[in-house]
Design a protein around this ligand. Structure first.
Ligand code: FE2
Length: 195
């Protein structure tokens, strides 16, 4: 890890001091997910970004990407997939792929790759590790989001307070996750809004 968890912890705690975005449940995905200020009727749809060179189709269906022996800080990313009218959408395909903690992708197998479908309340949940930065790129997740019969939204999600965000030309603040340290786990939240 080359980042500064202490600084992130302080900033994350400050950002969350006034609210309980994740609720108190140990399993964040069990907590009701309130709408975020990012979604308001007629608001902006989630930005598209390049898929980059490391996407592989046919990832396994799973929300748990951590495998035995895997190093790196644990992260639980949860959120909603919403329509532009801020209505949660069930059954949406959410396909994540990302680098390991050393900034390397598995291009021969499916390590740190997995797809899932939003539940009846439009929720998804990813349990994985925080990806490492790699040359030219700040820390990020890749993701494709597709509702049944809809077009594919390909984008990337970013981490707050990353020094690399400033020098990565692809970085967009609109794609920042909200994060907070919680019992050694990095809790993260991002809601997608489909057009
Ligand atoms: Fe990447």
């Amino acid at each position: 890890m080359i980042d500064t968890p202490t600084r992130r912890t302080v900033l994350g705690a400050g950002a969350f001091a006034a609210g309980s975005l994740f609720g108190m449940d140990r399993s964040l995905a069990e907590a009701p997910l309130s709408l975020t200020p990012a979604c308001h009727d007629g608001g902006e749809i989630t930005l598209r970004q390049t898929e980059g060179p490391f996407f592989k189709p046919s990832s396994p269906e799973r929300s748990e990407l951590i495998e035995s022996g895997m190093t790196g800080q644990r992260i639980e990313l949860v959120g909603l997939v919403l329509s532009r009218a801020c209505k949660p959408i069930a059954g949406v395909l959410v396909d994540f792929w990302h680098a390991d903690d050393k900034g390397e992708y598995d291009n021969s197998g499916f390590r740190l790759r997995g797809h899932q479908f939003t539940d009846a309340e439009g929720r998804y949940r990813l349990h994985s590790i925080v990806p490492g930065a790699y040359p030219g790129r700040t820390r990020h997740f890749h993701v494709k989001v597709q509702r049944r019969g809809g077009s594919v939204l390909t984008t990337q999600l970013y981490f707050p307070d990353e020094p690399g965000n400033r020098s990565d030309g692809l970085f967009r603040k609109e794609l920042l996750m909200r994060t907070a340290e919680k019992e050694g786990l990095l809790a993260a939240r991002f809601d997608f809004v489909l057009g």
